[in-house]
Design a binder for this molecule. Sequence first.
Ligand code: DLL
Length: 436
Amino acid sequence: MNLKYYQKEMECMPEAELKKLQGERLAANFRHVYENVEYYRNRCKAAGVTPDDIKGLEDLDKIPFTCKDDLRATYPYGLFAVPMKDVVRVHASSGTTGKQIVVGYTAGDLEIWNDCCARQLVAIGAGSDDFVQNSYGYGMFTGGFGIHGGATKLGAAVIPVSSGNTTRQITFMRDFGSTVLCCTPSYAAYLGETLKEMGLSPSDIKLKAGIFGAEPWTEEMRADIEKALGIKAYDIYGLTEVMGPGVAYECFEQKGMHVNEDHFIIETIDPETGKRLPDGEKGELVFTAITKQAFPLMRFRTKDIGVLNRKRCACGRTFVRMSKPMGRTDDMLIIRGVNVFPSQIEGVLLQNGYQANYQIIVGRENNNDTFEIKVEMIPEKFSDVVSEVSKQEKLLESSLLTVLQIKAKVTLVAPKSIARSEGKAKRVIDTRKLHD
Ligand code: DLL
């Protein structure tokens, strides 16, 4: 195995040096946020914390948390820490109420992001000779542009195909000689099936590796994808609020994802008490951005559950490894790589004159997510004429598509046919086994 690093001086920095660097960067960035974000300054004042109190890593616990609600309360730009003239990019993703959460980047932030994604590509053996087929969605989603920036910085040739148009993806793969594929794991599995359906096999393409993330996937799925596409499949973790893809990346070892600790501090906390947990204990992942300037969140609670491993990795990197996320503390679903909150669905139903009597059914067929919403007809709209029912279903499907950015199959069912609950409504039936 030919071990390569993109920024070895950082990726393999001795632990004591790394901690010192993190402490210095934390103190400086906390001051930057405190001085420039009124909302957060007020939070700190209420907690009795000033920049003079934060001198190093040992003071991390004093810093108040940030969560998705804070992004909602300050929509769209209230948490930005630089003047808007210095912002060169914004991205967005679903928030809990259907309102998007908005994040921004300075030119310097984009360079950091490019470096983080380039590290991932190099860690799996990619270099300037590679053709990176980037099938993550381009647009407000961070996946497409994030990987694009990393691959470009590395000097690889990017094929910016974005997601969708699956047979064309295979044609490009074959004709353009793609060697690295980047997309969600469910899309990778679908591409594998399509390859087969087109009468082709892995020997007809030049792919050698893939970088798949943005949604939960299992080791079984990894094995399926590796077989179907004839590649090594690697995991990548990230989230819009923190940066996008590239917050953490897998190396050849495929045993956890290295967190880019020179740019982010990761902690695990008890989601109930907010208390910091020792490494090795399962808890909610919390990130602090210590170098980003436009949108640096302090102690952002991700709601993802995971475990940290500080044992030295055989690859030589000293960055801590996080496990695959093992679930979430909220009700966010990730369907075909898109974040979906049941509250968004409920909002659309109510706006369309339906009641909150519905059931979301998510499953997986051939490694692809299925997504159906059963909705009770209401007496005023009741019809037993098939064409009328189907018209109403189509209307709802299109309103849902606008809000969710993903297609759901709507089935209207008879009034009062969905079981009423006596406690918390069980609105989601998720039969996917996404966590090991
Ligand atoms: O999914 C960023 C990304 C793009 C990551 C491309 C990797 C590749 P969001 O849309 O904000 O950002 O969704 C973030 O997705 O809190 C996790 O719950 C989940 N997630 C992301 N990566 C993984 C992964 C992008 N490798 C949310 N495994 C996060 C499991 C993941 N879940």
